[in-house]
Design a protein around this ligand. Structure first.
Ligand SMILES: [Fe+2]
Length: 351
């Protein structure tokens, strides 16, 4: 690799002239803008322990009424990002609390959000007039610019993990939000229970039509869990048990920037996926075990959240020899694929 010239190599008179003309030489910054061989990560492997964060979230429920918060969220800030409130360079995670009787008012915004339900029941997210019940492990999409609001009609706290593409949208100086009147949602079941009830089947009137960008908003965990167990039943011991959340009309990723999938770790299993160019995070839905991310070991329990930088070496180990463990994976692979640089390094597995 060629050693490049530095700013010290240039005469002060020339540097002053560049600054006066609002220009900069690329070559002294070349290796930081385009690091050689692999990216330089600021994001570090990290785990947010739910049993430590939950009391702080509940205290937020006492300290700040919903009217003063709009969305009562504790953002998960990766320590490597030095104060930026993001889990990885491209993924925003927040734990959101809504209490019985509360409503998070109707709004829409340019970043896309996805809700991964952690605990509680009796709450709903209404997206463009479709009322989606929220139960543990469910994945609910509130895509960019679609109206959405949350309401809690049950008892006890309701908590979910928000996953947003906000780091990208804010970097683009394109993030904003507007408020709207409450939606008048009926009591009809959401489309996961009607139009998209079974994989491989579409409503007949959709044949030959241009696919909807967002056909299905809710992916119920009870059904995903059964599908994972069925997949495991037909898989060899070395085959990963992982299902991607897709748009049933396009067959593509359910969201354009962030990808969502569910992993089952069989009893005693260690999953060692290929090293990938994408960054990712995990929400533990059931079970406990250990994650090894770039050599750092993190012990996870139910409801914990983890983050891994781009190009990380990753292993996930189920701590139980009797029960399966289940994780939801969030990654930025769809955006990397769209931009044409997504890679998997199949020969570089964790040792
Ligand atoms: Fe929102």
């Amino acid at each position: 690799m060629t050693a490049l010239g530095t700013l010290d190599d240039l005469p002060p008179r020339y540097l002053d002239a560049l600054a006066a003309s609002s220009t900069q030489p690329l070559w002294p910054s070349m290796r930081s803008i385009l690091p050689y061989d692999r990216p330089t990560n600021r994001t570090v492997p990290h785990l947010w322990r739910y049993r430590e964060i939950r009391p702080l979230l509940m205290e937020a429920g006492e300290l700040t009424p919903i009217e003063k918060a709009e969305r009562r969220v504790l953002m998960l800030a990766n320590p490597g990002l030095q104060g930026e409130p993001f889990a990885t360079a491209s993924i925003f995670f927040g734990l959101q609390l809504i209490l019985p009787g509360e409503t998070a008012p109707n709004h829409r915004h340019s970043p896309s959000a996805v809700r991964l339900i952690v605990e509680g029941d009796g709450a709903f997210t209404t997206v463009e007039g479709e009322r989606c019940p929220m139960a543990k492990g469910d994945v609910i999409l509130t895509p960019a610019q679609l109206w959405h609001e949350h309401e809690h009609r049950g008892s006890g706290p309701m908590v979910w993990l928000d996953a947003l593409d906000a780091p990208l949208v804010t970097k683009m100086e394109a993030a904003y939000c507007i408020e709207g009147e409450p939606q008048n949602a009926g009591n009809r079941p959401d489309s996961s229970q009607t139009r998209f009830r079974r994989a491989g089947l579409l409503p007949y009137d959709r044949l030959g039509k241009v696919a909807n960008s967002y056909a299905q908003f809710r992916y119920p965990w009870t059904e995903v869990r059964v599908a994972l167990a069925d997949l495991a039943g037909g898989a060899g011991p070395a085959e990963p048990v992982q299902l991607a959340y897709i748009n049933p009309e396009t067959g593509g990723s359910c969201m354009p920037v962030l990808g969502f999938s569910a992993i089952m770790l069989r009893p005693g299993e260690t999953l060692a996926p290929p090293r990938r160019s994408s960054s990712c995070g995990f929400l533990v839905v059931e079970g406990s075990g250990e994650a090894e991310i770039d050599g750092k070991t993190l012990s996870f329990e139910e409801n914990d959240v983890m983050a891994a930088p781009t190009h990380a070496t990753l292993r996930l180990r189920n701590g139980s020899s009797r029960e399966p463990a289940f994780l939801l994976q969030i990654d930025d692979a769809p955006m990397q694929r769209a931009l044409g640089f997504y890679e998997e390094f199949a020969d570089d597995r964790a040792a």
